[in-house]
Design a protein around this ligand. Structure first.
Ligand SMILES: [Zn+2]
Length: 324
C-alpha cells in the first residue's frame, strides 16, 4: 500500500503545502497566497487548490495519502478540528478539518503552529535524538510546545505550553491577552518593536528614527536589530531587556519540565546574537541546579521549512512514535 503524507502550513499571507514519503522526505511543494481578505470560502478554496496542486505534481491521488496535517495559528480546538479565532484570518469557529476532509477526501489533523513546529523539530530537526523537549518560537508572539516521552503534550483542551502568556512581571507592560507582564510582552518581536517605538518617540534613538525614514510608526523589531548591529546603544539595551526576560522564562521552563533540550526558533532568533547571551546568563542564575545541569539549549534547525515540516510531522505523528 502506498503511504504518503501531506502537510499544510496555513499562514496569514501564504499557504505552504508539501507532500512527503513515509520517511518525511518532501517530494513536492506548493505555495499559494492565502488571500485572507476575501474571506473564509476563498481561504478554504486556496487550501484545497494547494493540496490538489501537490497531488498533481506527484501524480498521486487522495487515496494514496494516509493523512494531512494542518498547522495554523490559534486559538483552536485541535480535537474538534476547529479554528476558533485568528488575528490574521477573518474567521471565527471554522470547522476546518471537516471542511477539508469533505473537499479532498483525506483524513485531516489540526494543531496550532507552535505545537506543530515542536513536532517538526522533534522528528526532523534539532530534537531528533531526545525524548523530551520544549520548543519556543519567538516571533510576532511567543509560543511553544512540549514533547514529553516522544509525544506532544497538548493539555486537556489543547492549551498546554502557552509559554508566551506566563507572567514574568505583574507590573510589566500590557499583553495582547489582557494580562500584564507576560513573556510575550517583553520578548516577542512585537514587544521589541513597541519598546523601540517608545524609545524613538522619546527622542532616545536618532539611529532608529533615521532607519525608519523619520516615521516613528515604522520602527519595528527589524529596525531595532539593524540599529543595534550599527552600534546604537538604546537598540542594544532593548534586546538586552528581551533577553533578560526570556532568560527568566527559560529558567521557569527548565524547572517545570526538566527536559533534555529546549529549542529556540522563530524570526526574532535571526538576531539571537543580540539577546541570547543575556538570556542564558539569566537562565543559569534562575534555574535549579538539577534540571539546569542536563538541559541543552539549541537553535531550531528547520529554518523556513519549520511550518511545513511541522505540519507533516502532525500528519505522521502516529507513525513516527511507533517507529520511535
Ligand atoms: Zn499574555
Amino acid at each position: 500500500m502506498k503511504e504518503y503524507y501531506l502537510g499544510l502550513d496555513l499562514g496569514g499571507t501564504k499557504i505552504l503545502t508539501g507532500l512527503a514519503d513515509k520517511n518525511g522526505k518532501i517530494l513536492a511543494r506548493s505555495r499559494k497566497d492565502t488571500e485572507a481578505k476575501y474571506g473564509e470560502e476563498k481561504i478554504i478554496a486556496n487550501m484545497v487548490e494547494s493540496i490538489e496542486d501537490v497531488l498533481a505534481k506527484t501524480e498521486l491521488k487522495a487515496e494514496d495519502i494516509k493523512c494531512l496535517g494542518i498547522g495554523s495559528p490559534g486559538p483552536l480546538d485541535a480535537k474538534k478540528g476547529i479554528i476558533i479565532e485568528n488575528s490574521n484570518l477573518p474567521w471565527k469557529n471554522v470547522a476546518i478539518v471537516d471542511r477539508i476532509e469533505k473537499e479532498v477526501g483525506i483524513k485531516t489533523l489540526l494543531k496550532n503552529d507552535a505545537n506543530a513546529a515542536a513536532l517538526g523539530e522533534k522528528w526532523f530537526g534539532a530534537g531528533r535524538k531526545v525524548k523530551n523537549l520544549v520548543y519556543i518560537t519567538i516571533s510576532t508572539g511567543v509560543g511553544g510546545g512540549a514533547i514529553i516521552n516522544q509525544e506532544l503534550f497538548t493539555g486537556v483542551n489543547d492549551n498546554a505550553c502557552e509559554i508566551g502568556h506566563t507572567v514574568i512581571d505583574p507590573d510589566g507592560p500590557l499583553c495582547g491577552c489582557g494580562n500584564h507582564g507576560c513573556l510575550e510582552a517583553f520578548a516577542s518581536g512585537t514587544a521589541i518593536g513597541r519598546m523601540a517605538q517608545e524609545a524613538t518617540a522619546e527622542g532616545k534613538s536618532k539611529k532608529m528614527l533615521d532607519l525608519a525614514d523619520n516615521i516613528i510608526e515604522d520602527v519595528d523589531a527589524v529596525i531595532c536589530a539593524q540599529a543595534a548591529y550599527q552600534g546604537d546603544q538604546i537598540a542594544k539595551d532593548i534586546f538586552a531587556i528581551a533577553g533578560f526576560y526570556l532568560g527568566i522564562g527559560l529558567a521557569n521552563l527548565i524547572n517545570i519540565f526538566n527536559t533534555e533540550m529546549i529549542i529556540l526558533g522563530g524570526g526574532v532568533m535571526k538576531a539571537s546574537d543580540l539577546f541570547l547571551d543575556k538570556a542564558l546568563e539569566l537562565m543559569r542564575e534562575n534555574a535549579l541546579a538539577g534540571p539546569l545541569e542536563i538541559v541543552e539549549i539549541r537553535e531550531a534547525e528547520l529554518g523556513s521549512d519549520i511550518g511545513l515540516m511541522g505540519a507533516i510531522a502532525v500528519a505522521m505523528e502516529d507513525r513516527l512514535i511507533k517507529n520511535g
